[in-house]
Design a protein around this ligand. Structure first.
Ligand code: ZN
Ligand code: ZN
Length: 365
């Protein structure tokens, strides 16, 4: 009897030891996972540029949390685009953190292979399984999508932000941050070549020498066609003229007769100008987004049999290749770089300049 009691005690002790061992292994695994995958441990608030009736820096904005199939990115450099400025005028009714043009480093991701990589990112977070768009390959038009800093998803103008891993593209080492930050608008410019067959023999006019026009004009010249840039800022034209692009002031319009005309002025008047320049049976590409409705004489489009093409987001991989191969020059387009905390002043400056950037944390290559 005495012996049996000792056996029982010994068995209980062994079971208890195993319990302690398993508990410690579980706790250490859990702590490791948390430190690797969760960004919250770095503090729960951050600086962010927020638009909510007005534009302001929030120094205590909640940090993003890591969700399934997503990454948390620390941006290095961000571009201010006309869409950001339009949002501050009410476009899309967006409220939250602005910004969708970025290059940054993945700080946390559910797929750990992405951690530490320098990335740019597509801005439409799609559902991946809707029958109307995603199943047909048009993920940018997924009806359930959120769009970085534009629709239903906080943007990149903060110390950190979240984006699905499926949207990320690693930046080649040879492309510096100051070039990679242009990938999103450069992809949007390339979308014109995706949608419109521009023949080497075509005469092409780009109306608008602003932020997007400066990229579009360099992209549409690639097939070797004749390209004319029409704008209001002769001080910006030297770069384009060196590339063989004819530049004309909008007060001195060339005669009509262009095969393809692209409006990227962001101005109602620019669309009228673009319309006037297209030849009958020519093609008119619309790149401007407005927060209000715009009128256009549709009967004239019918009579002249003009094809009108709307164009938005484009392919990232070819945009990265253009930068890698030096086929477009983007760094001369940077007019100023502001720290994130001065983002409100940067937005005020961006209205009259080519490309104003926000610096969050430098490239740590
Ligand atoms: Zn943009
Ligand atoms: Zn979908």
């Amino acid at each position: 009897m005495h012996r049996r009691r000792w056996d029982l005690l010994l068995q209980s002790l062994v079971v208890f030891c195993y319990f302690l061992l398993f508990r410690n292994v579980f706790l250490s695994y859990n702590t490791h996972q948390k430190s690797a995958d969760s960004f919250e441990i770095q503090g729960c608030t951050m600086d962010a540029l927020v638009f909510n009736e007005q534009l302001y820096i929030d120094t205590a904005y909640p940090r993003p949390t890591l969700r399934a199939n997503e990454a948390i990115i620390r941006p290095h450099l961000l571009g201010i685009c006309n869409t950001d400025i339009e949002i501050t005028h009410g476009y899309k009714g967006f409220r939250g953190v602005l910004g969708h043009e970025f290059v940054g480093t993945v700080e946390a991701a559910t797929d750990r292979a992405w951690i530490g990589r320098r990335v740019v990112g597509e801005i439409n977070a799609y559902c991946a399984d809707c029958a109307t768009s995603c199943a047909l390959g048009g993920v940018e038009h997924c009806p359930k999508r959120t769009t970085l800093g534009i629709k239903g998803r906080d943007g990149a103008m903060a110390e950190a932000f979240a984006l699905p891993i499926a949207c990320l593209h690693e930046v080649p080492a040879s492309v510096p941050d100051t070039a990679a930050v242009f990938v999103e608008p450069l992809a949007a410019a390339l979308e014109i070549l995706q949608a419109v067959h521009i023949r080497p023999t075509d005469r092409v006019a780009v109306v608008g020498d602003g932020k997007l026009g400066a990229l579009i004009v360099q992209v549409v010249r690639l097939p070797g066609c004749s390209v004319t840039l029409i704008g209001r800022h002769p001080e910006r034209w030297a770069l384009f003229q060196r590339q063989g692009i004819a530049c004309r002031h909008s007060s001195d319009l060339p005669p009509t007769g262009y095969d393809v005309v692209i409006d990227c002025t962001g101005q109602v008047g620019g669309l009228d100008t673009a319309r006037q320049l297209v030849r009958p049976r020519g093609r008119l590409v619309l790149k401007s987004t407005f927060h209000h409705n715009v009128t256009l004489n549709l009967s004239a489009l019918v009579v002249d049999e003009i094809e009108v093409i709307g164009s938005r987001c484009g392919p990232f991989a070819p945009a990265l290749r253009l930068l890698e191969r030096g086929l477009v020059e983007v760094e001369p387009l940077i007019s100023a770089v502001y720290p994130l905390r001065d983002a409100v002043a940067a937005f005020a400056a961006a209205r009259g300049q080519l490309k104003v950037m926000l610096q969050v944390s430098p490239d740590q290559k």
